[in-house]
Design a protein around this ligand. Sequence first.
Ligand code: NAD
Ligand code: LMR
Length: 338
Amino acid sequence: KMAAPMVSRAVGISSVRAFSGTPRVQNKVTVVGAAGGIGQPMSLLMKLSGKIDHLSLFDIVNTPGVAADIGHCNSKGKVMGYKGAEEMAASLDGSDVVVIPAGVPRKPGMTRDDLFNTNASIVKGIAEQCAKSCPKACFLIISNPVNSTVPIFAEVLKASGVYDPAKLMGVTTLDVARAKTFVAENQGMDVDKVEVDVIGGHAGTTIMPLLSQVKGANFTEEDIKTLTHRIQFGGDEVVKAKDGAGSATLSMAHAGAYFAEKVLDGLNGVKGIKECTFVESPLTSAPFFASPCTLGTEGVSEIHGYGQLSPFEQALVDENVPALVKMSQKGIDFVKNN
Ligand code: NAD
Ligand code: LMR
């Protein structure tokens, strides 16, 4: 098998060089859905990072309380809360990064796609306001089903003429976090040193960990099957254990805060940041596909190929690309028809 190609995104020189004396990045991060199960702990972790100068917390309920509470933590950065549609523009204005965990979570027995009917319109509405208030921000989409909500966001931005594919990312960091955790456990490795790429999408079998590429690991065929399945269905494991009280919130808060920080680091010129994320991608026939990406001063600066796959992984990719195409099209059609 040929390794998939490296794909570079051209970055305009003029947009990279700011006028001297004018800081290009204000380090303003807005969380949309900040009062929710993910939103609250993720906002707390972001505040504690000390990397954000202005943390803007938006939700349709409860944000004044969440902002007042988090704002008392003695770490760097101002916290502001905004509540309701009338305050949304102010919350987004000047954002460098907008992280979006708004929408309903799963209950046992549901797929992520079962959330489409509710979350598609929530995400569409948020994208419409973002297109007006902060069209140049990086948009990090957590709301499920990610395989469709990211294409929805793209279509809305396109319709407003402000779509920049380098700045729209579906957050798949939790899949990578699970992969690292389960692999380290299985192999007796140091979890801080394990690297696992997870490609594809964020739903069931579209989540495809590349275990054949994990350095220092020695898996049996049975390990590969069991670990792959556990990583693909890690979300279901949490939904089942929470027994009707929602889906992953705390691990997602950690993964979301980590990824947002990496995006912010990239915007600030830190070099060599590579993370898996779900982006518009030429790697397969699916319009959006997660793979390792370099994060730079303009968002995603390079989409890396996924390298040499084992026959097991290649079969997964072949089986799941059509599903990704379908889920993407569902999002695109939703915007066209609404
Ligand atoms: P939650 O119900 O606890 O919180 C959602 C929040 O969104 C609520 O506070 C709600 O008021 C807010 N909200 C609803 N409509 C809004 C709007 N129009 N504007 C702003 N805020 C709005 O749910 P949760 O557990 O935090 O999960 C949120 C979403 O994240 C779900 O769709 C879930 O499936 C998804 N999720 C994704 C991943 C991932 O890996 N990408 C992981 C876990 C959860
Ligand atoms: C997850 O992977 O935990 C999230 O996508 C939430 C879910 O519905 O499983």
